[in-house]
Design a protein around this ligand. Structure first.
Ligand SMILES: Cc1cc2nc3c(=O)[nH]c(=O)nc-3n(C[C@H](O)[C@H](O)[C@H](O)COP(=O)(O)OP(=O)(O)OC[C@H]3O[C@@H](n4cnc5c(N)ncnc54)[C@H](O)[C@@H]3O)c2cc1C
Length: 443
């Protein structure tokens, strides 16, 4: 052991564990400040083990990779945002589209993680980051209550600071006492399939002007009528990603498996034409942290900080995770730079990271949304089943020409609405909605 500790001579300023968006952002930010950084990734290459929906947001990338828009492997820029409420055979939707959007600020785009993460790491290497792929970190090395390095399968490596960016099921953050065991209600399992389709076919199916433009669809309701789950479709350059996510506690209570839900979603009449004639080229599953604000763990300790999904920093309401990961990585790097420069990597200095997070949109957004998932869960029969069915029924009534006087048709709709919902239930739903609404504005 003494021999190994001597390796302190070749110390790194910072070791970052995990080359996802949070890890690469921390690593490159540190390298740009001339710190000696080692970025460790267990996959054969960055992104090899990663999957997401997925959309990325330029606001977080502009700062870290100013060249990304021209150089990164972007699939399509999202010009069409569709939100659907589904029942078994029907759909009601709203759509926002800006097909002429040409701003470089605040765009969102699809990217394939195995390509995009790889590109990010190459950029980090150009900035001076030392990169170690195919390296699994097994433990943190802790001495005198300070994290001083990591143990991989073959060696011990030392650094002044360790930044933990190992994703949703962070074993390292748990090991050093920053996180507890993840509870089934605080994590969702997402499954996704990717269908290869010709670029022009995708443009036609999604009503896109050219193959640089993309569309996304996020859905509520069927197949999740009595369990909390969401489904999505995103266009890539020459493929379409389609998936669902469901919390583990809901899954445990249910006889259906995630792929059963995905099958039901894929076979919905509004969705199935979108992947018709496509060839399935990928099937993957991944965890998504769902704990939100109430489950943000302690973010730092002596010699270590935890970032991105490992720190539960994910906004599930807006489908934002990569941007929170990138920004938290930057903020941890900022705190690490101060700590290294003043030669104090104790929690007294690393607390700065928590302060930065608290001042950022990350903490504020998660705080605003802190009760939403719980509230929807409590009233899921209402919000995922009753109201979607009422919405489709209303539109069916609205579009049908049955030769019956419209006033009568609407009165019938209103009568059946109040017959199928007691006033008490309506008040409970309204109360939940008001609570959610106020929760966003009153902290
Ligand atoms: C189905 C799905 C859909 C999503 N959709 C979106 C979306 O549309 N938009 C969005 O912004 N976000 C989305 N997200 C969330 C987003 O993917 C995450 O928030 C983001 O990837 C978090 O980045 P991260 O770097 O913290 O963690 P990760 O991306 O999980 O990276 C962690 C890295 O650490 C490595 N690692 C883990 N353990 C070790 C170890 N012991 N040693 C070495 N390396 C290790 C892993 O291999 C991995 O590369 C989605 C997620 C899922 C699952």
């Amino acid at each position: 052991m003494g021999e190994l500790i001597k390796r302190c001579d070749t110390n790194f300023d910072v070791i970052v564990v995990g080359a996802g968006p949070s890890g690469v952002s921390a690593a490159i930010s540190l390298a740009k400040a001339n710190k000696k950084v080692l970025l460790i990734e267990r996959g054969d290459y960055a992104g090899a083990k990663n999957m997401y929906g997925g959309i990325m947001y330029s606001h977080a990338l502009n700062d870290i990779f100013p060249n990304f828009l021209n150089e990164a492997p972007i699939e399509r820029i999202t010009k069409k945002h569709n939100y659907l409420i589904l029942t078994e055979n029907e759909a009601v939707g709203i759509s926002y589209s800006d097909k002429l959007l040409n701003s470089e600020n605040n765009i969102s785009f699809t990217a394939i993680r195995s390509k995009f993460d790889k590109w990010c790491v190459e950029e980090a290497q150009k900035a001076g980051v030392i990169y170690a792929p195919r390296t699994l970190v097994k433990n943190a090395i802790v001495r005198n209550n300070f994290v001083i390095g990591v143990k991989t399968e073959i060696e011990e490596i030392y650094a002044s600071i360790v930044i933990i960016a190992d994703g949703a099921n962070s074993l390292l953050a748990k090991e050093i006492g920053l996180r507890k065991d993840i509870e089934p209600k605080d994590v969702a399992l997402a499954v996704k399939e990717v269908y290869q389709l010709d670029k022009n076919t995708i443009n036609d199916k999604f009503n896109l002007i050219n193959d640089k433009d993309g569309a996304m669809i996020e859905c509520l309701g069927y197949p999740f009528n009595d369990v909390l789950g969401l489904s999505f479709v995103y266009t890539n350059s020459d493929s379409v990603s389609i998936g669902i996510g469901i919390t583990l506690d809901e899954l445990a209570k249910n006889s259906l498996k995630p792929y059963d839900y995905l099958d039901q979603f894929k076979n919905h009449p509004e969705i199935s034409p979108l992947i018709k004639d496509g060839k399935m080229i990928e099937y993957s599953a991944h965890l998504i942290p769902e704990g939100g604000y109430k489950k943000i763990p302690k973010l730092y300790t002596n010699g270590a900080m935890v970032i991105g999904d490992a720190a539960m920093l994910i906004n599930n309401i807006n489908f934002e995770g990569t941007n929170l990961a990138l920004v938290s990585g930057q903020l941890a790097a900022k705190a690490a730079i101060v700590a290294l420069d003043c030669n104090d990597v104790s929690k007294n200095t690393l607390k700065l990271y928590e302060n930065y997070i608290k001042e950022s949109f990350i903490y504020k957004d998660l705080k605003s949304y802190k009760n939403i998932i719980e509230s929807v869960k409590k009233r899921k029969k209402s919000f995922l089943d009753f109201y979607p069915k009422q919405a489709t029924l209303f539109f069916k009534t609205f579009v049908e020409a049955s030769g019956v006087e419209k006033r009568k048709v609407y009165l019938n709709f209103i009568c059946q609405f109040f017959k199928s919902r007691s006033i008490i239930e309506l008040f409970k739903d309204l109360f939940t909605l008001i609570k959610m609404f106020l929760g966003v504005f009153i902290r």
